[in-house]
Design a protein around this ligand. Structure first.
Ligand code: SAH
Length: 434
């Protein structure tokens, strides 16, 4: 005769068939006792998250890893083997020893006391499973892939990446506020756009983009987003800028969220502040997402530092769109020539010969190393190494076209020592960061 359970609810406490999906829940463990049995690698992975959740963690194990021991005051360590009374008063139990018998004993006691319990060595037996977890911007992502930890971690990673690069955004009230955001997209490679830039794009109704703004990010925009491509507006600088100001202001006044998307940083030769003034004049809220300027990141991307200890204690970023001596020029080329540091030239391909001439006339050596980085960080990137004396010739011979960054100074030879015969003088002294 089959023995009847003396407690009619006993069946309900038996483990569910493993085919049944788990029921997800977020445990709020602050101030609640959580028992962790075991002090090895598994416990080491679980304990910090439990502490972060505010749990009152008790670790029972004869030995623990140095990392767990290092958590010292943040948990209580009972240095001994498991005893069933350890489960008393616990809200949650983690069986994480490498001994199947001990884990089974922990789980059995947890079952008896009706406390949910995970089991490191055999999830099938356990009453709870540990998900793969990620957190982003107030959202907790927890993935359970039917006891396949690699798969749950892979799904978690996908979701986290999508959240971080803005493909998945919770369009909350804050993001729906109309206005204009000036967003710097970095030098060109999509990976070099910031998380904030991707967020802003993901929340946009209208994107007004420049020729140099990272194009690949625009391809990712959903179909309902209006894309205004400034490169396709009628030519003529002044007219173009005025119509851009008009577009961003008009769309914002219609209640849209407008992203003004540019290459590099909008405030570096990007007319960003003119757009700020236009928005202010129209009473449109405007904010700024800084970008990685090409002036520093393009040289860095090919391994050329704009400063180097003992070689260059300053770098000057200069536009070359008007040549030295031009009535509209605001640059003191003689002073630049007298300075010792690195010169980073933007928009200077066309005027490079006149600029080189003027720097040499002002005292820079004809042998001063020069690097021209064309289409930096993008698939067509290439670098032409030259000197001030040879620059005019090399630019023509190599067919250099914009966009290009021209770096002038000994830092180029520091980065490409094999190319230059003259050794670089390195002066003693340290940079000490404040
Ligand atoms: N706001 C931008 C600069 C705008 S001026 C920034 O902060 O980067 C445009 C000039 O930037 C180009 O003529 C070129 O000199 C430089 N430039 C921008 N992106 C570049 C790239 N990927 N490679 C080389 N030069 C680049």
């Amino acid at each position: 005769m089959a023995e009847l359970p003396d407690d009619p609810t006993a069946d309900a406490t038996r483990r569910a068939p493993t085919e049944a999906p788990p029921y997800p829940v977020g445990l709020r463990l602050a101030g609640r006792r959580v028992l962790v049995v075991g002090g090895g690698q598994v416990a080491q992975r679980r304990v910090p998250a439990l502490i972060a959740a505010g749990a009152d963690v008790v670790v029972v194990a004869p030995q623990v890893t140095p990392a767990i021991e290092g958590l010292g005051a943040e948990l209580r360590w009972e240095q001994r083997g498991f005893e069933p009374r350890d489960v008393d008063g616990s809200w949650y139990v983690v069986a994480a020893t490498d001994d199947a018998e001990v884990n089974a004993a922990v789980l059995a006691e947890a079952e008896a006391q009706r406390v949910f319990c995970t089991r490191a060595d055999d999830a099938r037996e356990a009453s709870a499973w540990t998900p793969a977890v990620g957190r982003h911007d107030g959202v907790t992502v927890a993935v359970l892939a039917n006891r396949e930890p690699r798969r749950s971690a892979a799904v978690r990673d996908e979701v986290m990446t999508a959240l971080r690069d803005g493909r998945l955004t919770v369009r909350d009230a804050h993001q729906r506020t109309a206005g204009v955001v000036l967003v710097g997209g970095g030098p060109g490679a999509p990976e070099l756009a910031t998380v904030a830039a991707r967020h802003a794009l993901a929340g946009a109704d209208v994107v007004v983009a420049d020729r140099l703004a990272p194009r690949e990010l625009l391809d990712e925009l959903p179909a309902h987003v209006e894309l205004v491509d400034v490169a396709k507006l009628p030519r003529g600088r002044q007219a173009t800028q005025e119509s851009i100001n008009q577009v961003i202001v008009d769309r914002a006044l219609e209640g849209k969220r407008v992203v003004r998307f540019k290459g590099g940083d909008n405030f570096v030769f990007g007319r960003g502040f003119e757009e700020i003034l236009a928005c202010r004049a129209a009473g449109v809220p405007v904010s700024v997402v800084p970008g990685l300027t090409s002036a520093i990141s393009v040289p860095a991307g090919v391994g050329i530092p704009v400063t180097h200890r003992g070689v260059a204690h300053e770098f000057t970023v200069v536009t070359g769109h008007v040549p030295p001596g031009h009535p509209q020029s605001l640059v003191d080329w003689e002073a630049l020539a007298r300075m010792r540091g690195t010169i980073v030239l933007l928009m200077a391909v066309q005027n490079a010969p006149l600029i080189a001439e003027s720097l040499m006339a002002g005292g820079r050596r004809a042998s001063t190393p020069v690097a021209v980085v064309v289409e930096g960080t993008m698939p067509e990137e290439h670098t032409v190494l030259s000197t001030l004396g040879d620059l005019a010739h090399d630019i023509v011979e190599q067919g250099v076209r914009a966009p290009a960054i021209i770096v002038v100074g000994d830092v180029v030879a520091v980065a490409r020592p094999g190319h230059y015969a003259e050794p670089v003088t390195v002066r003693p002294g340290d940079f000490v960061e404040e």
